[in-house]
Write a protein that binds this ligand. Sequence first.
Ligand code: NDP
Length: 471
Amino acid sequence: AAAEIGVIGLGVMGANLALNIADNGYHVAVYNRTSARTAEFAANAGALADRVTACATLEEFVSAIRPPRPVIIMVKAGEPVDQQIEALKPLLQDRDIIIDAGNANFRDTMRRFTALEGTGLTFIGMGVSGGEEGARHGPSIMVGGAEAAWKRVEPVLTAISAKYEGEACAAWLGENGAGHFVKTIHNGIEYADMQMIAEVYGVMRDHLGMDAPTIAAVFSAWSTGPLDSYLIDITAEVLKVHDAATGKAIVDVIVDAAGQKGTGRWSAIESQMMGVPATAIEAAVAARSLSAMRAERARAESLLGLPARQDRRNSQEVIDDLEKALLAGKIAAYAQGFAVMAAASREFGWNLPMPTIARIWRAGCIIRSRFLGEIATAFGADPDVSNLALTPAFSAMIKDTDASLRRIVAEAALNGLPVPALSSALGYFDTYRRARGTANLIQAQRDFFGAHGFERFDAEGEQHGPWGGTS
Ligand code: NDP
């Protein structure tokens, strides 16, 4: 057996990951359910062909890898992963490692991890981000499983990962589901980032009346400032592209209904389960769902109409505010995402290393940005801080962007422009930083209808109100 590692699944991600592995000097065995795809992969391996063993059957695949075997499964998430594990199990031996690199729900990863305990086989749940290009030339890799198993695959995984100033964007983050949980929150934050960019685009398009190439220039200019990131770069890029058939900007012929595969929703669900607010992620998930209800939105617009336009400020003033509002929104989304990870770390006993997570997101992944470097520095100085907003660097950024976020949310509200994620960020900050809230009234209501009790400022222990009495 010549191969040092195997890859099952030669779709977009698996094929590119396999080429990346071969490119880094490793011999890789590959297998795909539909063997035509395997043959096509082998035919297109080019200069890397001598480091690839393409296998038509799973038996052939397993015997092509030198034991103890690391086997990466990169197929459609869910049931297909269980099917692959079941098919592999009888063919593998003690000390072989099964690595699920798809976008698994971390609860499935925990189940699979437990199911393989005691079999001699080891399971790793590995989150991979970076899309097609990342998989081919260096993704960000988030690993969960036994640390000893990670040690065995660390050389190949660090070799194929993205590098940030020479530092590998691959790390072991904790036991069992830790890697897939972190990947899920990465995607939740990605949803929020993308939604807030789309909201800002909407203000420029529908409020300032700017066309796509003009908006592209604004995003290009922002990409040299604090918003510098992959998502801002590709936004500028896609806004510049024209459709050959119509001569219009391509974004103007794309239907305004977004797809989703689940990771954003799982982020929102898990944060709710732990009682940690992730309002920017929730707003982004809800916005995608609302976007998909196109026909219903059209009916609502004809029935309810749009609010009358208000006077608007000078475009440049609005654009300057949009840049800062986007930064403020980003701070809320990341503060929330990291707080959710901290809660999960406590709940599942993972001991997630926050500075490491921020560091391995600085390159390779979809949310890579200058901003993540600042998060890495902030968590590096204070790894246990309960919220990013409480660090000196980020509290200063919040103060600096606060007025802009307020003006944008207010102007959007007056003009009926939807900015649900940005306004959720504002609502979050305003609630989070107010020492005296309004839940005293909620406690009174709860005690009134359900005798749930409340605490008093001036007395110890649970109290009840004089409801229904004569007082
Ligand atoms: P593709 O749709 O390109 O490929 C899907 C792969 O899964 C094919 O190899 C397919 O085999 C295989 N497959 C599907 N069902 C089964 C089954 N029942 N049994 C065996 N194999 C099966 O998917 P991607 O490469 O995009 O995604 C793979 C995983 O990576 C997913 O979990 C995805 O969420 C995740 N991911 C994707 C990213 C992306 O940007 N695309 C980024 C990060 C993670 P066949 O050829 O026989 O149909």
